[in-house]
Design a protein around this ligand. Structure first.
Ligand code: PHB
Length: 389
């Protein structure tokens, strides 16, 4: 009898033996917080799909631990992200949080990762500042500075003199603008118009008219993944494609996920980015084929951030022998290098940010589909936003 009471008490306080405690120890819980509703839903879908694909390909047991992913929709609203992260950590006892569809969402979760001392794997956010907000953040997406610097140099070297800019009015858009402008104007280029559009459900039409009136050689555009389709529709409707104002920018606007629906208006667009579905490598071919087969759609750069994010978790767990202590996992992730569908990548051990190739690409029709075809590679690019400090 006394033994039974003791067992009951221990179990009640989570200290007991028996099946529930044992299975709890054998499971690694990951809270995947992504936007599955609202304007950024297509990016949340890509992240969720990519994690599922990776787990189907690699199984759900790592270093003897079963991996359980709990998917939650934050609608890309930072207050939701924060509340959901809190619930996942406190109620569901997740040992890792991951996902995020926009910078403000990744930032909202940062203090909670710090407090709980658990890794926060940022699969999609592009403002440089993100990894500085918690020592437990590791990023597998990209920064806007990485590609804006490269397209700024490219534009100046390729006969573009006057540029009008259109960027989403929040941190990554401001990073893209600042880094592009610095490089392009230092090389003699001129900015003739600058507009910022709201992040949520933007109507581009009035801004596009201003772009047209400024008569630039090219328009530098940053909108987050998921918004490129709507942007290009309005660009064509306003006749900007016919007026000879070409689009340049980071590759977010030419998201492979939406590119096929953009039609001929997208042809010839040159952007700098870290991933193209046309990247010629066996690793990417397997990724694209697997994704298409599983979800009947083409993966874009967002999906790659998710695929690499879960890979990072798997490899870190292998290194710690299945231990889930946050500090051990972060230490294991620092400096990790592997071949992603995008090409070779690594985690900078100093900043916990991603180091990767940035490619310059041009939209072409290949075998009946539109692709961003890579034609120049900049190797092992770090975030330019960090070296400033
Ligand atoms: C961001 O919010 O940081 C973000 C989201 C989607 C992108 C780029 C940046 O394509």
């Amino acid at each position: 009898m006394r033994k039974q009471i003791l067992a009951c008490l221990l179990t009640a306080f989570g200290l007991g033996w028996g099946p529930s405690a044992a299975s709890g120890q054998e499971t690694v819980r990951i809270g995947l917080i992504v936007p599955l509703t609202g304007g950024q839903a297509s990016t949340g879908k890509q992240l969720d799909n990519a994690v599922k694909l990776y787990m189907r390909q690699h199984g759900d047991v790592v270093a003897g631990k079963k991996i359980e992913v709990i998917v939650r929709d934050d609608g890309a609203i930072p207050d939701n992200t924060k509340r959901i992260a809190q619930e996942l950590i406190v109620n569901d006892k997740v040992q890792i949080i991951a996902g995020f569809g926009i910078t403000p969402a990744a930032l909202a979760a940062a203090p909670l990762a710090t407090q709980a001392k658990i890794p926060e794997i940022v699969m999609l956010a592009g403002a440089s500042i993100v990894t500085e907000r918690s020592p437990y953040i590791v990023r597998t997406s990209f920064t806007l500075a990485q590609s804006a610097v490269i397209i700024g140099d490219w534009a100046a070297k390729n006969g573009i003199r006057k540029v009008a800019t259109l960027t989403s009015d929040y941190a990554p858009g401001n990073d893209a603008l600042q880094f592009f402008k610095a490089r392009f104007t230092a090389a003699g280029g001129e900015i003739v118009e600058e507009v910022k559009v709201p992040l949520m459900n933007p109507d581009f039409a009035p801004f596009l008219q201003r772009m047209k009136d400024a008569k630039p050689d090219a328009m530098f555009v940053f909108v987050p993944g998921g918004q490129g389709g709507n942007f290009m529709k309005q660009y064509s409707e306003r006749g900007l494609d016919k007026s000879g104002i070409r689009i340049i920018g980071p590759g977010d606007v030419m998201d492979d996920d939406l590119l096929n629906d953009m039609g001929d208006a997208a042809l010839g667009t040159v952007t700098a980015h870290m991933y193209s579905a046309a990247h010629p490598s066996p690793v990417n071919e397997r990724f694209v084929t697997g994704y298409r087969k599983a979800f009947n759609s083409r993966p874009g750069f967002v999906a790659v951030g998710g695929y690499d994010g879960i890979h990072l978790v798997y490899e870190a767990l292998k290194k710690t022998g299945g231990k889930t202590d946050g500090d051990l996992l972060i230490a294991a992730m620092k400096g990790m290098a592997w071949e992603s569908p995008r090409g070779p990548i690594s985690i900078d051990p100093e900043t916990r940010d991603i180091v990767q190739n940035i490619y310059i690409r041009k939209v072409e029709r290949v075998k009946g589909e539109l692709y961003n075809v890579e034609f120049e590679t900049f190797k092992d690019v770090k975030d330019a936003g960090k070296s400033q400090k």
